[in-house]
Design a protein around this ligand. Structure first.
Ligand code: ZN
Length: 711
């Protein structure tokens, strides 16, 4: 994949028109247009990386026209940026800072905020001063993979000179912030006058081991220079950049391996986190690029190369963990001995990684006077030789983001290796960046939610109650999988709930489908934490005349299929906690049952339903007893009279008329005189999931019904 020049004059004019109707200046409109072009190219920037600016004039509230630097605000992504994403800062005030001999990070941020035209604007980029100190109108900055491949070489200065001649200034590595801004402007001035003497134009700057800046009088000029300079680097590389971040499904044979690997790894990582039992969502991928790395004969050496640009260290740590090849299945069977050997080896490798990280922290923290607090020592991306890559995140989205950055790192090191010796920044420089308060602030933006890091499977997820439960769990930050037989309804429900909810079609009475369901869940998320048993069928009939087939069918879905899926979920919980006996460190798991009021207060004609659900209640208690020591909690919700697939509008009409009530009176027929809704049931499930010391319990959600009171 090569970078393409996507500039289109017509589109740029349309952008000016569109934004001017919102009172946006031509400069800012074009700034927005070309920033989006840059953002759309994953070879140039990824996930909020890179930054752009324009120097222009704006009018203050009091009517003064002032010169401003509109520079990317933190939290904005170039691919979707809007004009507000480039907050305006008074340029004169920023330029005054250039005379200072030093400036602390806190003062830098404070003076930038003080000079914002809009006090509510986001913080200007940590590289804002660099933009301010260069006397160029439009400036673009990316972490282009091709440029990093030549800027991360042992002899990168020499290589850059041979490719670009006097067209670019070359700036040695300095951590972003005030010092870099000052030094970069000096290198710029020198290179500018040198280029002038030679009759060439200075088009950009290569920041060694960091990235590239281009500039120009117009947005188009700066953008085209970016594409040209990046293309020149691309042409120089022997191994071409081949970044394809499209999602691909995982092959069945690989899914079977991941079923053994990922839950085990998830438990291991949780027990090694700084905070005890911190769960991680694991994400797997094996793109062509990743395959190249994990099959590379020098994989252990490559893994120690270090980051491609220090900007990535807060996402990926300095280096990946490499694990040995996973043993092959022989005729669908895995040798236990080989599996155990692999697990022991994996534990050793992880321990070694953690010890190295702790050593790195101790040494470098001592050098800065012991002022920092250690972050967790875990890797963020893990290579398994010959197989693929697993990444970690507190959400699936975050784990995928790490995956994208790890792929861009892989592309960079392979391309660099094709023309020379890769050489990253020093350990000290990595530490300074990883523990820089301004970088850490980027991670702290999204507050952690109660159910982040949790994987929740909900049966009967497409129905009214199931989808309410799914919706509540996703709004609390969980990753949710809904299963149902109804494919169409599944699609609608997962679309309504959003990207944190995945739908998988599954007939719970078919063991093969259950098998495939769990293979998919594990290869997508790495494990499981909560199983909500919500699927049910309400078959009716007087017991004396009930066809035994009806009773069997009822037990099949309401009891046996639930038991089958529980067994599978338990096998995952136990893989996560394998061979671990100290229960302070167990991840455990949760079983949450949707138990009907019929189990406590049976109604005439509902025997097939009520009796099978009573068996389910007994099952809930049985699991509480048998699995308590394994930290697996088992609880239920007893809900009644909820509008849903089991209590349809026709049934409500029929029953209310039979009692001589109108429908609303019937639905409010409880002690609180309030209709109970699917949301109320969902709230009860959330509450139970948070009650860490509760097992074997039933929460009643029926508005109050004396006959159904548990005690
Ligand atoms: Zn940068």
């Amino acid at each position: 994949m090569v970078v393409l020049n996507k500039w289109n004059d017509e589109d740029s004019l349309a952008a000016i028109d569109e934004y001017s109707s919102r009172g946006i200046s031509k400069d800012l409109a074009l700034r927005t247009y070309s920033s989006r072009l840059i953002g759309s190219d994953k070879e140039l920037v990824l996930h909020g990386g890179g930054n752009t600016s324009v120097k222009t004039f704006e009018t203050t509230i009091s009517g003064d026209e002032v010169e401003v630097l509109c520079v990317k605000g933190s939290g904005w992504d170039l691919s979707t940026i809007e004009p507000e994403g480039h907050p305006a800062v008074k340029l004169k005030s920023l330029l005054k800072l250039k005379d200072l001999s030093s400036l602390s990070d806190e003062d830098m941020v404070a003076s930038q905020r003080l000079n914002l035209l809009n006090p509510n604007a986001p913080n200007p980029s940590v590289e804002a001063l660099l933009h301010a100190f260069l006397p160029e109108k439009f400036i673009d900055h990316t972490h282009s993979i091709a440029v990093l491949s030549i800027a991360d070489l042992k002899n990168s200065e020499e290589v850059c000179k041979s490719i670009y001649g006097d067209k670019v200034a070359i700036v040695p590595y300095i951590m972003p912030g005030f010092d870099l801004a000052i030094h970069a402007s000096k290198y710029y001035e020198e290179a500018k006058s040198k280029a002038l003497k030679k009759g060439t134009e200075l088009e950009g700057m290569i920041l060694l081991k960091h990235g590239i800046f281009t500039f120009g009088e117009t947005a188009k000029e700066s953008y085209c220079r970016m594409i040209n300079l990046v293309s020149a680097a691309e042409n120089f590389l022997k191994t071409k950049i081949n970044l394809n971040l499209e999602k691909r499904s995982v092959e069945l044979a690989t899914q079977k391996k991941l079923f053994e690997i990922m839950p085990f790894l998830r438990g291991l990582l949780a027990r090694k986190s700084v905070k005890t039992k911190e769960r991680w969502i694991l994400h797997y991928r094996d793109s062509d690029l990743i395959k190249k790395i994990v099959n590379h004969e020098d994989i252990f050496e490559i893994a120690n190369y270090g980051v491609a640009t220090p900007d990535h260290v807060i996402r990926t740590k300095e280096k990946p963990l490499v694990l040995e090849s996973f043993p092959d299945f022989k005729k669908d069977l895995l040798s236990l001995e080989l599996l155990n050997q692999w697990k022991i080896n994996t534990k050793d490798r992880l321990n070694e990684y953690i010890e190295n990280y702790q050593e790195y922290f101790e040494t470098n923290n001592n050098n800065v006077g012991g002022t920092k607090i250690s972050l967790d020592p875990l890797p963020r991306f893990i290579f398994i030789k010959g197989l693929g890559m697993i990444t970690l995140g507190k959400t699936l989205k975050e784990a995928e983001l790490v995956g994208d950055i790890a792929e861009s790192w892989s592309a960079t090191v392979l391309a660099a290796k094709s023309i020379g010796i890769f050489s990253s920044v020093s350990e000290k420089e990595i530490f300074d960046m990883e523990y820089w308060s301004l970088e850490q602030a980027k991670l702290k933006k999204g507050k952690e939610e109660s159910h982040n890091r949790n994987i929740v499977l909900i049966t009967g997820g497409a129905g009214t109650i199931g989808s309410s439960i799914a919706s509540r769990f996703t709004s609390c930050g969980a990753e949710v999988i809904i299963v149902d037989k109804d494919v169409e309804q599944l699609k609608i429900t997962s679309k309504n709930i959003g990207s944190k909810c995945k739908a998988i079609k599954c007939d719970l009475t078919d063991s093969k489908e259950i098998e495939n369901l769990f293979l998919k869940i594990i290869s997508t998320y790495g494990g499981l934490d909560i199983l909500v048993l919500n699927a049910g069928i309400a078959l009716q009939g007087q017991m004396s005349t009930l066809d035994s087939e009806v009773l069997r069918k009822s037990f099949e879905l309401n009891f046996f299929s639930q038991q089958a899926i529980i067994k599978k979920a338990l096998s995952i919980f136990k893989k996560q906690d394998l061979n671990y006996s100290d229960n302070t460190f167990l991840l455990g798991g949760q079983l949450l049952f949707n138990i009907s009021k019929q189990t406590l207060n049976p109604g005439k004609g509902f025997g097939a339903y009520g009796i099978s659900k009573s068996a389910l209640l007994a099952l809930m208690k049985q699991y509480a007893i048998e699995e308590g020591p394994n930290s697996i909690r088992s609880n239920g919700v007893n809900a009644d009279r909820i509008r849903s697939g089991l209590l349809t509008e026709e049934m409500i009409t029929e029953r209310s008329h039979a009692r001589g009530l109108d429908e609303s009176e019937y639905m409010k027929g409880n002690l609180l005189k309030k209709e109970v809704e699917a949301n109320d049931v969902a709230d009860a499930f959330i509450s139970l999931s948070l009650m860490k010391k509760t097992t074997g319990a039933i929460i009643t959600v029926d508005g109050g019904n004396t006959a159904a009171m548990v005690r």
